[in-house]
Structures are given as C-alpha cells and as structure tokens.
Design a protein around this ligand. Structure first.
Ligand code: GDP
Length: 327
C-alpha cells in the first residue's frame, strides 16, 4: 500500500485527490495548518465522505522542520503539493505572504524531501496563470511564460524550482500546469462559484443581483475531478516531467453567466452588473491550453463536459441554500 501526503488537502483539489487516492487503495495523509479550525478543515472532505479515511498531521509549508517531522513520521511514497495562497486577486494585497507560501513554500517542501528521502515522488501544482499575457494562442509546455500577478510570479518560481530539483538532484519531481478547474467545491472567491452561488441565491429570492468585474475575460475551464486524475497519472510515470492539463476550449465569464442562469430559466442580463473595483490591476484576458502531451503520454482526457459541470455547480448551490434556509 502506498502512502500519499497532500498539502492543501482542505481545498477543492485536495478533497478530490484524497477521494481518488483512497479509491486506489492508498493511505492518505493531509498536511493542515494549526490555525485552521477543524470545521473548516473538514468541510470539503466531509462532503465527499472521505474525512474519516484520511489522517491529518499539522505542519506548515513555510516551516522546514515541520515538513521534515511530517515526512519522517508518515514516510510518503508520493507528495502532492497543492497548498498555496491560491487566489489571484488577493495576491496584490498580500504579495509577500503569497511569495512565501506559494513560492518559497514549494522550495521548502523540496528541501524537506531532499533531506529526508529524495526517492519520494513529488507533484507540484503549477498554474496556467504562469502564461498570463499569452505568447501563443494555445499554450503548451513549450510556450514562454509571462506572469501577470504576484500569485503567478510565485507559481513560476515554484515551477522552476521543481524543474531544478529534478535536474540538480535527480528527484522524481513533476509539474502539472493545470488550467482553471472548477466544481461545487470551488472556493466562493473564484468567479465560477461566485456566479453559480449568485444564480442560486437569485433563484431562491435571497439576492437581487450579481456584481462582477471583467466579464470579457476568457478561461479554459475543466472539472477538478478530471484534473486530479492527471496529477496521479504524472506520478505513476517512470520519468518525471511537466504537463499542461486543459480542455482546449475557452469560454468568457459572460458566457459562463449565460449558461449558469439558463440552468434555472433566468436571463443573466436581468441580474449581472459590473463593478470597477472588481477589475484587477493587471488582467489575464484569455487562456486556452493544448494538452496534447498529457493525452499522448499519460492517456489523460477530460470526461466531464462544460455544460454538465456548470449544471452540477448550480444545482449544488441551490441545494446548499435550500438546506440552509430550512435549517
Ligand atoms: P483565476 O483565473 O485564477 O484568476 O480565476 P478566477 O475565477 O478568480 O478569475 C477568472 C477570471 O474572471 C479573471 O479574469 C477575473 O478577472 C474574472 N472575473 C470577473 N469578475 C470576477 C469576480 O467578480 N470575481 C473573480 N474572482 N473573478 C472575476
């Protein structure tokens, strides 16, 4: 039985990945920060019914000794580094914290692995935000990066450190350049969940409108459940490498709104407003990934359609608000 350690297990991807690894028969250990309250820690894992099957150990990505302690204690075969300050807009308000956790935190984990057991396989959660001001219409592993936020700069540092530890120390370290991936477990601060939550509130009479920033932005949105499978596949390969994971389809925030409001039979134009304070200091206008390498080498392909994902998210938010109102 293999042991897998997940940082960021409390997040969307952490929950789906824990579910997947448990289904493969792995022992799953999650790193949690002491400051996180148990309620918050458990919410997403509980919703997938996996909380009782995972072991949680306290530690922090910016504290080398805590990582050494945890890795020495649980002796993982695989480490998935999903922990980060992951919200782009926040990274302008907290650029140093973002650099410390998202950037140096990854280096700290790589150092801990090098010190304790450099045979441990490592997955780094890299991001399509690293492409930022895109240099090619479809981005693949060879596309030049141009980060546009403190978050993206920190992720780029972490990405290159992963490549560097692979090349310098011969570590099995892979970087998954994942395009945006969503689900009912997505954080409410991200635009897709903000929209589906807004749609549910409006439908149930709990809100009158939904204020957004740049609705012209376009993203390549896939489903998190599909994307965590790509992470796992990367660590099952004989050789570590970097892979773009994407659907190859791009949709605007405006069209996301249209499709989400359509699910409940409402016209988005009657409810969506735009607010200038929600526009970012520097925007990533469009992202669209070319996942040919993941398809050919890993045999990975997305299975959940965009329309099904949006409907699943809206329906989950309707259920959530209905249950809360009747509680
Ligand atoms: P990101 O790609 O990691 O930044 O994911 P987000 O879901 O936070 O944002 C996706 C896009 O939606 C960005 O281009 C945002 O500028 C745009 N957007 C427009 N309105 C909003 C909003 O109200 N909240 C968020 N989070 N993003 C918005």
């Amino acid at each position: 039985m293999s042991t897998c350690l997940i940082t960021g297990i409390t997040g969307q991807d952490g929950a789906y990945l824990a579910e997947l690894l448990l289904s493969k028969g792995s022992r799953v250990v999650g790193l949690v920060r002491h400051s996180a309250t148990l309620d918050f820690v458990g919410e997403r894992l509980q919703s997938l019914d996996v909380l009782k099957h995972v072991e949680l150990m306290s530690g922090d990505l910016i504290d080398l000794t805590s990582l050494i302690r945890v890795i020495s204690a649980c002796e993982p075969d695989e480490i998935y580094n999903l922990g980060a300050q992951s919200f782009v807009a926040t990274s302008w308000n907290e650029p140093i914290l973002t650099g410390q956790v998202t950037g140096i935190g990854t280096l700290t984990m790589l150092e801990a692995i090098r010190i304790v057991n450099r045979k441990t396989r490592f997955y780094q959660a890299s991001s399509s935000e690293m492409f930022g001001l895109i240099q090619q219409p479809m981005q693949n592993e060879k596309t030049a990066f141009y980060p546009r936020s403190p978050y993206a700069v920190a992720k780029l540092y972490a990405h290159w450190m992963t490549v560097n530890y692979r090349e310098s120390h011969g570590m099995h370290a892979s970087s998954g350049i994942l395009f945006n991936h969503e689900s009912p477990l997505r954080g409410i601060e991200f635009v897709t969940r903000k929209i589906t939550d807004g749609v549910a509130r409006i439908k149930l009479g709990l809100a009158k409108d939904l204020a957004l920033g740049n609705v012209d932005a376009r993203r390549d949105w896939g489903h998190a459940r599909d994307y965590v499978r790509a992470m796992w596949l990367m660590l099952q390969q004989e050789k570590p490498d970097d892979y773009v994971v994407a659907t190859g389809q791009t949709t605007s925030v405006r069209d996301f709104c249209k499709i989400a409001f359509d699910v409940v039979g409402l016209n988005w134009k009657d409810y969506v407003t735009t607010r200038s304070d929600l526009i970012r200091p520097a925007e990533v206008d469009v992202l669209c990934g070319d996942a040919t390498k993941a398809r050919t080498v890993l045999g990975w392909a997305p299975t959940i359609s965009f329309g099904d994902m949006v409907a699943e998210m809206v329906e989950a938010d309707l259920r959530r608000h209905t249950a809360r109102n009747h509680a």
